[in-house]
Every structure is written in structure tokens, then in C-alpha cells.
Design a protein around this ligand. Structure first.
Ligand SMILES: Nc1ncnc2c1ncn2[C@@H]1O[C@H](COP(=O)(O)OP(=O)(O)OP(=O)(O)O)[C@@H](O)[C@H]1O
Length: 326
């Protein structure tokens, strides 16, 4: 990869599975050294995109280059230059942490003379050096994930792909995985491309792309995306959400949506508006909160739904497909 060349470069990328369009023609550029987040609900097409970039799936259309190589015509070169950390654990529980890494080093052709040093380096990076001789099946979920990250880094890849690296972990462990990811780029010359459906985690990325139904609906820094939503976000719980939405439109000219069981809308100055709201809405309010826009609000702005509601929809869709399959 030449200096200044994007680490990931995608033009019009498409993937279809029969009549399902998982990725519907996306474009993006990720710079060297960036931490880039791919954000979206289940079924948005994140894993399919990452699998095409990692050469595990062949695109149906468009082009993608990773570390300067085409994912179709330069497949082996791409593979040499990337590291993978996927949702499903792939470390072997019946081997020690160190044995797992040795095996991987062989597989990736890490020069023998360098292997021992590099194993120590990556295990220290994820604070597992002291546990190197222990069988991985005695590790907690967070430790296994850290070991996966160490393994993904072993052959010094230019781009590290992390597909939902913190899914299924408790909040504290998620935070510690993020500490390692952030520290990583201080130590290694690496680009990090990750997917997540945790909004709070997306905040840690330099830039994020929000994906919905196979398309990128927004792409920018978290700050710029939130600034784009602008005003304060007000959330209320009411006894009749539909009546509240209608009253907000009628009395205040505000467009509200119902998501996660709350009525949500934007106003310029939430704190000043709330007393008026209680006095004039005409629908009983049981709870109210006012906050600066979050990435949840950005998601809602671009997709018209909250990520949690979108996921519930996606889960229903997956279930329907399974039932149809049967
Ligand atoms: N091998 C496949 N065959 C058929 N359909 C598929 C296949 N892989 C993915 N899909 C469909 O493509 C769409 C996108 O799926 P994908 O797994 O990329 O989403 P995602 O955003 O990564 O979701 P998740 O967070 O659940 O991994 C979904 O509708 C999914 O059902």
C-alpha cells in the first residue's frame, strides 16, 4: 500500500443472495490509520460487507481494494495484509494461549526467528502474557476476545477487521476491549475497520458509516453526525403516544416519532420547552428527558426508527424467513 493511498476503497459494491440484496451498492474510503466503524441493526449488511472486504465472499458487483489490492484479483495479497476478529470464537479451547498463537504464526508464515518476540508483544498488548500457558477453555469471554485480537495482529496486518468485537460481553469487559483497541493504534501502524450495533461504541471511532437495509445512509465523524441533528432531543412517556404525536404536531408544529416506547422529538431549547409541554400538550406525561443528540438520534434521523426497534424488526424478518424455509 503506497503512502496516502486509502486502506479501504469501495466503489458500487453489491452483494445479492438470490433475490435478497444484502449490500445495495456502497461507496467508501477509509484512510490509513483510521478507526472506522460500520454501524447498523442486525441484517443491515455489515457482515456481508466485511466478508467481501476480507475476501471471504465474492462481490456480485462493484470493486473493493484493501491495502492497495483488489479483493477479487488480488485475493492472496489482501489476505496477507489483513487480520480478522470475528463474532464466533475461533481460538482453540484445548490449546494454551501461546499454542494458539504459534499455530496461527505457522499458518500465516510469520518468520520463525520473529515468532517468539511477536507473540510476547501481542500478548502483552492485550494483557494476557501472564496467562500464556493456560488452556483457553479456562478463559472468560473477554479474555478469549482479547486473545482473538492478539491473534488477528500477530502477522502485523495493515488493516484489522473486527466484526462486532464486543458482542455478548458485559459493559465493563466491552470498555476494556475498547481500551485495547485504542491503545493498539498508538503502538501499531494499522487501520481498524469494525462493525458494531452498540451506539456508545461507535463514539470511539474516527468516522462511522451508518448502514441500513444494505445502503450507507450517513458517513462522517460522530461529532459531525450529531451536530447535523442539531437541536435538543426530548423524550416523553405518555398514556397515549399516538395522541401525543398528534398534539405535538397540532399545538407546536413538531414532528415526533415513537421509538423504544417513548415519543421523541427535537426542539431548539429543551429545558425551556418542557414546562410549556406539560401545560399545553393535553395528554398526561409520566416521564420526560432532555438530552443533546446522541448517535441513536442520528440513526433515527436517517432511518426513521431506533436501532433497537430496527433490530426487533430484523429479528422478526429473520424468523419469518426461517419459517418460510421450513
Ligand atoms: N449466505 C446468505 N444467504 C442468504 N442471505 C444472506 C446470507 N448472508 C446474509 N444474508 C442476508 O443479507 C442481509 C444482510 O445480512 P448481514 O449478516 O450482512 O447483516 P449484518 O448487518 O451484519 O447483521 P448482523 O449484525 O446480524 O450480523 C440479511 O437480510 C441476511 O439475511
Amino acid at each position: 500500500m503506497r503512502d496516502g493511498e486509502p486502506a479501504v476503497e469501495v466503489d458500487g459494491l453489491v452483494k445479492t443472495f438470490g433475490d435478497v440484496t444484502a449490500v445495495a451498492g456502497i461507496d467508501l474510503r477509509v484512510g490509513q490509520g483510521e478507526v472506522f466503524g460500520f454501524l447498523g441493526p442486525n441484517g443491515a449488511g455489515k457482515s456481508t460487507t466485511i466478508n467481501m472486504l476480507c475476501t471471504l465472499l465474492r462481490p456480485s458487483g462493484g470493486v473493493a481494494r484493501v491495502a492497495g489490492h483488489d479483493v477479487v484479483t488480488g485475493r492472496d495479497a489482501v489476505r496477507r495484509n489483513i487480520g480478522l476478529v470475528f463474532q464466533d470464537p475461533t481460538v482453540d479451547g484445548y490449546l494454551s494461549a501461546e499454542q494458539n498463537l504459534r499455530f496461527h504464526a505457522e499458518l500465516y508464515g510469520v518468520p520463525r526467528a520473529r515468532t517468539a518476540d511477536r507473540i510476547r508483544q501481542v500478548l502483552e498488548m492485550v494483557a494476557l502474557w501472564d496467562r500464556r500457558a493456560d488452556l483457553v477453555r479456562t478463559f472468560s469471554g473477554g479474555m478469549r476476545r482479547r486473545l482473538e485480537i492478539a491473534r488477528g495482529l500477530l502477522h502485523a496486518p495493515r488493516v484489522l477487521f473486527l466484526d462486532e468485537p464486543t458482542v455478548g460481553l458485559d459493559p465493563q469487559t466491552r470498555a476494556s476491549i475498547w481500551d485495547y483497541i485504542r491503545r493498539l493504534r498508538e503502538v501499531e501502524d494499522i487501520t481498524i475497520f469494525m462493525t458494531t450495533h452498540y451506539m456508545d461504541e461507535a463514539e470511539y471511532c474516527d468516522r462511522i458509516a451508518i448502514m441500513d437495509s444494505g445502503r450507507i445512509v450517513a458517513l462522517d465523524t460522530p461529532e459531525a453526525l450529531k451536530a447535523g441533528v442539531g437541536e435538543d432531543r426530548v423524550r416523553i412517556r405518555t398514556s397515549d403516544d399516538d395522541a401525543a404525536v398528534a398534539a405535538l404536531k397540532e399545538r407546536f408544529g413538531l414532528d415526533a416519532v415513537v421509538a423504544d416506547g417513548q415519543v421523541t422529538f427535537s426542539v431548539a431549547s429543551g429545558g425551556e420547552f418542557v414546562p410549556r409541554l406539560f401545560a399545553e400538550l393535553g395528554v398526561p406525561i409520566s416521564a420526560v428527558s432532555v438530552a443533546r443528540p446522541s448517535l441513536d438520534d442520528v440513526f433515527m434521523k436517517f432511518t426513521g426508527t431506533s436501532i433497537r426497534d430496527a433490530e426487533r424488526g430484523g429479528a422478526n424478518e429473520a424468523l419469518r424467513m426461517r419459517m418460510r424455509g421450513r
